[in-house]
Design a protein around this ligand. Structure first.
Ligand code: 3H9
Length: 696
């Protein structure tokens, strides 16, 4: 392989360029090239100062994640940085793009740092279940205040050049966009000032007030929710404060190796690569995206308003239709409320905000206003008849080539498309609530949807900064179909003896932000009720149907919005368990002749996971999801499945496919109808393969 690192001499400045597209990851070749280049420049009598910068669009974006899990090859990044810091020739890094992880650690090991105004900096290792392992936990607390160092490392959040300058993380911000020229100019300035080396490791750690570290640790621990890396980062920061640098680095190394060996690391790296892989679908090779700059939205309820907001934030023009002016005004106010929030959070600037409220966003009561839109999405009541009627009308009004999309979360896209004379232009775009916040978007591809329309859906998702997952057509698509199955398994656990509160506790301890019943209360129990009524006629009589959800709905207990659901919600945001719910469930058990038994938290999780993995295997086996990773991404981004467990199918690989199959067979003894092993699961177990073997 050719050397990705090259050196040129500009006067007395040795200029080292790193060229390893796309993100200049510190691969083995980069590390080897860089250390050789730096040591050669240090030995070169014609060079008085060194500049290191990244070719292309960025400085080093971190260690090469693809090398993790393989045998490490010297030179190792920590040693490389130590050597760079120890040379006698002053070294400057010139930073642009994103200096992340090992990239920022290289910068921290250099003596001086200059950045372009657009550069961004971060230590995002925590998002991979790791800590900065090339001296970053020891050097950053010597440069920025301890609280800031902890925040950057435990959240992985990036900061901009201006903040980095204020913190002293960079020494200067350069004008212009030529990072090489900026580095050379700064190096010459340093030379003229007679600047010498300035090793970060020789600096004292930033001061810490009494009790400050404990307070930070408590906050970090609360936010970690089962993720171990943030707490190890706090241990490393403590070492930076209390130990000499050399010992602190050793402590960092030990903690890094612990995390490297942990399942959380492989789960989060699986999540990282899957997020990038999931957008690679066959239609993108053959399809050409259509231009979508003007969008129509039918329906201004929670979903419609959220979708409109998301489109507006992505720079589209939006017309939203409601049935009368009152409803249209209400929808307008909801969207403006969302935009106000975006403005406050810095997601939108004042100029763009004014352009939106001043005309880019309109409401109407007449579908005729959709004549010129590039794409129209309906977010009306979840009823096939209503949707068919809307699509029939849109087909007549929208211009040729306009895409007709449905936000349905369950219904058959092919049946909806059949109402139009352009089924090839019909697609499902299933947003998750709140649509302007949630990153997941299921792109539901019908039998006749054209490749151009699929490619357009993915392009739109990118504009909206969503993670798009391709789904085939089935009831509930990937996510809700799997949710329905594991919800049935957990309802079964309740009928068998657990309480809804036991289920929520077990799931939350497993790493979900909210258990099934808390989520149901939040979403509104009436939503599931409507869906169950829709399915009632086709429900198999052999299914063990749990009635307690419906009973609550019959009492008008729809969850949070009515103050009561599985929990009782107080005006002070309090939440209490309800004996009435437990009595109702007990009565149902009696009526069904079920003698309740003790159900452990482990059994709850085993049921949850077995049902989820089994249905996921069916979804993959039937081709509804392209690959196991598409399921993992869906569950992690739309259903609260902990990222540090890597999604249900990565989890299945971790605990063993055979273990999941054994669990299914155990539960099958109780309910042979529900617990039918997926053919794909049995095949993988028989062949000794894993889901990851199918990810390609
Ligand atoms: C670390 O540094 C550990 C050290 O502390 C200690 C070591 C001892 N390696 O995201 P994109 C690929 S841990 C390998 O679509 P963007 C990516 O898979 C690392 N490959 O572009 C994709 O490949 P493909 C800490 C990487 O412009 C392509 O590059 N650093 C790496 O939207 C384009 O990526 C991080 O965690 C990598 N490090 O965003 C930073 N990074 O085209 C991780 C990317 O085949 N990276 N690729 O699908 C990012 O956050 C974003 O990629 C970045 C660019 C912001 C840089």
């Amino acid at each position: 392989m050719s050397n990705p690192v090259s050196t040129t001499l500009e006067g007395r400045v040795a200029v080292i360029e790193i060229n390893n597209p796309p993100v200049n990851a510190a691969s083995h070749a980069v590390r080897e090239g860089l250390i050789n280049a730096v040591l050669d420049a240090d030995a070169n009598e014609d060079a008085d100062i060194i500049v290191v910068y990244g070719g292309g669009s960025t400085f080093i974006a971190g260690a090469d994640i693809k090398e993790f899990g393989k045998p490490p090859q010297a030179p190792h990044l920590p040693n490389l940085i130590d050597e760079m810091e120890a040379i006698s020739t002053p070294t400057v890094v010139a930073l642009h793009g994103t200096a992340l992880g090992g990239g920022l650690e290289v910068a921290l090991g250099s003596h001086y740092r200059i950045a372009l105004p657009t550069a961004k900096f971060g230590l995002p290792e925590v998002n991979l279940g790791l800590l900065p392992g090339a001296g970053g936990t020891q050097r950053l607390p010597r440069v920025v205040p301890i609280a800031k160092a902890a925040q950057m490392m435990t959240t992985g959040a990036m900061i901009g050049a201006q903040e980095a300058l204020e913190l002293g993380l960079v020494d200067e911000i350069a004008e212009g966009s030529d990072v090489r020229a900026a580095g050379i100019a700064y190096a010459n300035k340093l030379l003229s000032e007679g600047a010498g080396v300035r090793p970060t490791s020789a600096r004292a750690p930033s001061p810490v007030a009494e009790g400050e570290l404990d307070a930070i640790r408590a906050k970090v621990s609360k936010a970690a929710r089962g993720l171990i890396a943030p707490l190890k980062i706090m241990d490393a920061i403590e070492a930076a404060i209390t130990l000499p640098f050399a010992e602190g680095v050793m402590r960092e190394r030990a903690l890094f190796m612990e995390l490297m060996a942990d399942d959380q690391r492989s789960a989060m790296i699986h999540a990282f690569f899957s997020e990038r892989q999931v957008g690679k679908v066959p239609e993108l090779k053959s399809g050409t995206p259509r231009d979508i700059s003007v969008m129509g939205v039918v329906g201004g309820g929670t979903m419609g308003a959220g979708i409109a907001t998301s489109a507006l934030l992505a720079g589209l023009e939006v017309t939203l239709a409601e049935r009368d002016t009152d409803a249209a005004d209400k929808a307008f106010a909801t969207v403006v409320g969302h935009l106000d929030g975006a403005l406050k959070r810095g997601k939108l600037n004042q100029k763009k905000y004014e352009a939106i409220v001043g005309g880019k966003f309109r409401t109407t009561t007449d579908y005729a206003d959709f004549a010129d839109v590039d794409l129209v999405i309906e977010a009306v009541f979840e009823s096939m008849d209503v949707k068919k009627d809307v699509f029939g009308q849109l087909d007549k009004i929208c211009k040729p080539g306009a895409i007709l999309a449905s936000n349905t979360s369950y219904l058959d896209i092919d049946e909806i498309a059949a109402m139009t004379n352009r089924p090839e232009d019909v697609i499902g775009l299933h947003f998750f609530s709140p649509a302007h916040m949630m990153r997941l978007l299921e792109i539901v591809v019908g039998d006749k949807t054209s490749d151009d329309v699929v490619a357009s859906g993915f392009a739109l998702a990118k504009k909206m900064r969503k993670i798009a997952v391709r789904s085939g057509v089935c009831d509930g698509f990937i996510g809700n179909r799997i949710l329905n199955t594991y919800a049935k398994a957990l309802n079964g656990a309740v009928l068998a003896g657990a309480s809804p509160y036991d289920v929520d506790r077990a799931m939350e301890n497993f790493g979900l932000a909210m258990g099934l019943f808390r989520v149901a209360d939040l979403a509104g129990l009436d939503i599931g009720w409507a869906n169950r009524k829709r399915m009632a006629a086709t429900r198999d009589p052999r299914e063990q149907y749990s009635e307690f959800h419906d009973k609550l709905c019959e009492l008008g207990r729809f969850g949070r919005k009515t103050g009561r659901g599985f929990y009782i919600y107080g005006a002070d945001r309090s939440e209490t368990k309800d004996q009435e719910v437990l009595d109702m469930i007990a009565a149902e058990r009696d009526a069904k002749g079920i003698a309740p038994r003790e159900i452990s938290d482990q059994e709850i999780i085993d049921r949850y996971m077995a049902a989820m993995v089994n249905e996921s295997a069916k979804v993959v086996g039937e081709g509804i999801a392209l690959r196991p990773l598409d399921v993992d991404i869906t569950l992690m981004n739309g259903y609260g499945f902990p990222r540090w467990r890597g999604g249900p199918l990565h989890y299945a690989d971790t605990v063993g496919i055979q273990k999941i199959l054994n669990d299914i067979k155990t539960f099958q003894k109780e309910d042979d109808f529900f617990w039918q092993p997926a053919p794909l699961l049995e095949k993988l177990a028989a062949e000794g393969k894993t889901f990851s073997d199918l990810n390609g």
